[in-house]
Design a protein around this ligand. Structure first.
Ligand SMILES: [Zn+2]
Length: 144
C-alpha cells in the first residue's frame, strides 16, 4: 500500500492522492482555482504583449507618414535628419525606430529639382542643394 503523500499545487497541503501520478491537487476546488489563476496570468501577459506591439507599429507609421509627406521630396534643409532625431528622441533606443531613422536619412537626396524656376540660358535645371542651401543649375536631374 502507498503511504506517500502528494503536495497540493494550489494550497500546498499534503494529501494522499486517490489517483497516483495524475493528481496534482488535494481537491477539485483547488484544481479549478489553480487553473483559473493560471489562465488569468496568461491572459494578462498576452494583452501586455499586444499593447507593446501596437505601440511599435504606431511609431513606425508616424515615421513612414513623415517621409512620404514631404521630407524626401522637399527642400527643407540638411538639418532635417537632426530634426527627425529630435522628434523621435524618446523612441531612439528602440532598435526598430533607430533603423527607421537610418532609412529616412538614406532616403534624403542632396539635390532637389525646383519646379517653379525656369531652366537657365543653357537649359540647365535649377536644383536646391541641401548641403549648401544654394540654388545650383545642373544639366541633368540628379538622383542623389
Ligand atoms: Zn489543495
Amino acid at each position: 500500500m502507498e503511504t506517500n503523500t502528494y503536495k497540493c499545487e494550489y494550497c500546498k497541503k499534503k494529501y494522499v492522492p486517490k489517483r497516483r501520478r495524475v493528481q496534482k491537487f488535494c481537491s477539485n476546488s483547488c484544481r479549478v482555482s489553480f487553473h483559473r489563476l493560471k489562465n488569468l496570468g496568461e491572459v494578462k501577459k498576452t494583452t501586455e504583449l499586444q499593447t507593446k506591439k501596437k505601440e511599435q507599429e504606431n511609431s513606425k507609421v508616424k515615421i513612414d507618414e513623415i517621409s512620404v509627406s514631404g521630407v524626401a521630396n522637399s527642400a527643407i534643409g540638411s538639418g532635417i535628419v537632426e530634426i527627425a532625431k529630435n522628434i523621435f528622441t524618446p523612441e531612439e533606443n528602440k532598435p526598430a525606430t533607430k533603423g527607421d531613422i537610418l532609412k529616412l536619412a538614406s532616403n534624403l537626396k542632396r539635390y532637389h529639382q525646383i519646379k517653379n524656376l525656369p531652366p537657365n540660358a543653357m537649359g540647365h535645371i535649377p536644383h536646391f542643394d541641401l548641403h549648401t542651401n544654394n540654388v545650383i543649375y545642373l544639366d541633368i536631374t540628379l538622383t542623389f
